[in-house]
Design a binder for this molecule. Structure first.
Ligand code: F6R
Length: 614
């Protein structure tokens, strides 16, 4: 939540910072602002709303400066208006600061600063930081970097900050704790700072991911220096980015979400490439290989995640319990961390997160780590906080996901969890060789089957047009199609603002059935498998109450075809792999319904992609 970006060098900072803000807009779009240092003055431009509003505001203005900081906000403290927009400045305008995170003790800090004469312009928690740094610098007569370091000693909470000081025109000071921050080392002695690498990638591939409680000073004369909060210098670990610029662009699609839905044949392939071979009969997840025996011996695996990633965990639970016969519990990270959970040293905690930055998931992992459990991660964003604090893990390799609603990250998470279940089951001997080979062969065929579903887009769009004005929707599924139903409902509600609920199909008669009337679309995953006949009965129950049935069925199905109002056929596959296919038409349905309702598909209201506040 909130994106920060900064530049210092020989080029004009404004175009670089604004372009970077657009790349980071998925992290929040309540307001945008920049501060630029031009001939000894810090100039501030801030606007409520999207970066486009800021651009409209600055159009025609002569904006110059070789050093600039920018921010795109997801509001936590204070309304999303111009005043609360970042950057925030010291009273004398000599220091400007951008911040991603939450200063939890901002109340007492603010009182203390007010009692000493500081006046606050905004309602934000961030403004305390800039006054605190200013106060320390003046009273202690120290450098701006030292003032930042001392100020951070008084701060409780999460932060990624960048500070611009007019007295140090060749320098930016940055720091992080629990919120991400990347330093890009430019080719011309210039530097970039950002919440993730996406604003940096087109200028340099050499980056340093800051660790918690590290302070980076980028100086046009002295280069990059990193200190920990105890003031010891740390040697920067420079990494080479592998991301490609094209991955950050829409590539001819109207929305990132559609591009990302269509990328799934490739992203699923990328996810299992080099990790399995059906012909040779092997599967391996290099990242966790050395922990496999520990997982097999563990009394239980506790999976923790939020949102869509939590749904992927539920699919993983079905797969790992069924195939590897290991006890799995799935927890919402936000609940787990606060309910004094019982965690033992032998437990294995597996966090699943697209961004690798979700605050609740991070905190739950830290809690588990403090209790001595083994902590593992499945993340998409390389170098993210979760991937760095875990003992081991596997990347999903889905490539950058820019649309706020998660699509390809979900199928990649499910793919990694499938590989994990198969690998554990094979090692443990809980799966027959025949079944193991069948599943590997079927998994290899999934990308091509996803492609075939994508080719039904026009049919799916026509179904969407029938239900675009619905006010409620139900999603039903059994077994591992239940999490698919949850995910379908989440996708619809978050981008089209239609109220939707996912239920295990059999639970419908314990309450939700009361909602069914001729206005209610009911999306049912009714593919061939163990529960097929039961789901058919559930469909009958809906039809008896005049509900509208949109069924996802296996190719060639005739029974449900006769009952349903609409069917979407998906290719046949092993029951364990159905979630990877059944999800695709639900993503497309939500997408088209949202587009038909004129909703902002890529940036739905009130949401942000990387939820770095709890
Ligand atoms: C929904 C969505 C969210 C995320 C959730 C967790 O489409 O994207 O529900 O899944 O915020 O985020 P990560 O996976 O980054 O931890």
């Amino acid at each position: 939540m909130c994106g920060i970006v900064a530049y210092i060098g020989k080029k004009e900072a404004y175009p670089i910072v604004v372009k970077g803000l657009k790349r980071l807009e998925y992290r929040g779009y309540d307001s945008a602002g920049v501060a630029l240092l031009d001939q000894g003055t810090i100039n501030l431009y801030k606007r409520q709303g999207k970066v486009a509003n800021l651009e409209a505001f600055t159009e025609g203005k002569n904006i110059n400066g070789h050093a600039g900081i920018g921010h795109t906000r997801w509001a936590t403290h204070g309304l999303p208006n111009d005043v609360n927009a970042h950057p925030h400045t010291s009273t004398d305008g000599k220091i400007a600061l951008i911040h991603n995170g939450i200063i939890e003790n901002y109340g007492p800090l603010k009182e203390e600063l007010m009692s000493r004469g500081y006046e606050f312009k905004s309602e934000t928690d961030t403004e305390v930081l800039v006054h605190l740094i200013d106060d320390i610098q003046k009273n202690e007569n120290v450098s701006i970097a030292e003032a930042v370091r001392l100020a951070l000693h008084s701060v409780v909470g999460a932060y990624a900050i960048v500070v611009l000081s007019k007295e140090n025109p060749n320098q930016l000071v940055a720091a992080r704790k629990s919120s991400p921050l990347v330093v890009g080392i430019g080719k011309d002695g210039d530097f970039f700072l950002a919440s993730d690498a996406t604003p940096i990638i087109e200028y340099t591939k050499r980056v340093v991911y800051l660790e918690d409680e590290e302070i980076a000073v980028v100086d046009l004369n002295d280069g990059l220096k990193i200190f920990n909060i105890g003031n010891q210098e740390v040697t920067p670990y420079v990494q080479q980015l592998e991301m490609q610029l094209e991955a950050l662009e829409k590539g001819g699609y109207e929305h990132f979400m559609m591009k990302e839905i269509y990328e799934q044949p490739r992203s699923i392939t990328d996810c299992f490439r080099g990790r399995m071979n059906a012909a040779e009969g092997w599967v391996t997840l290099g990242g966790i290989k050395e922990y496999e025996q520990k997982i097999i011996n563990a009394p239980r695996i506790i999976m923790i995640a939020c949102g869509t990633s939590w749904h992927a965990c539920l699919v993983g639970e079905y797969l790992i319990e069924d195939l590897a016969r290991i006890n799995v519990e799935v927890e919402y990270a936000s609940e787990f961390r606060y309910r004094n959970p019982i965690i033992n040293e032998n437990d294995v905690i597996l966090a699943v997160s697209q961004s690798g930055e979700t605050a609740d998931t991070m905190a739950a992992l830290e809690l588990a780590k403090s209790k001595g459990a083994t902590i593992l991660g499945i993340c998409n964003v390389v170098g993210s906080s979760i991937s760095r604090i875990t003992d081991a893990g596997s990347y999903t390799h889905a490539g950058p996901e820019i649309g706020v609603a998660s699509t390809k990250a979900f199928t990649a998470q499910v793919t990694v969890l499938t590989l994990m279940a198969l690998s554990l089951a094979h090692k443990k001997g809980s799966i027959s060789e025949t079944k193991f080979h069948t599943l590997l062969t079927e998994l290899e065929a999934i990308p091509e089957k996803v492609q075939r579903i994508l080719e039904k887009n026009t049919h799916i769009e026509s179904i969407a047009s029938v239900y675009k004005d619905a006010t409620n929707a139900l999603y039903l599924g059994r077994g591992s199609s239940f999490p698919v139903a949850l995910e379908g409902a989440l996708k619809l509600k978050e981008i089209s603002y239609i109220h939707a609920e996912g239920y295990p199909a059999a639970e419908m008669k314990h309450g939700p059935i009361a909602l069914i009337d001729e206005e209610m679309p009911v999306f049912v995953i009714a593919t061939k498998g163990t529960s097929y006949e039961k789901v058919v009965s559930n469909i009958q129950e809906v039809k008896a109450r005049k509900g509208k049935i949109i069924a996802i069925v296996t190719e060639g199905d005739t029974q449900v075809r006769d009952l349903a109002d609409h069917i979407i056929e998906i290719p046949e596959t092993d029951e364990h792999l159905v979630p990877l296919l059944a999800t695709i038409p639900l993503q497309l349905l939500s997408y088209h319904i949202a587009v038909m309702r004129n909703c902002n598909v890529d940036q739905p209201r009130n949401l942000a992609k990387s939820v770095t506040v709890e």
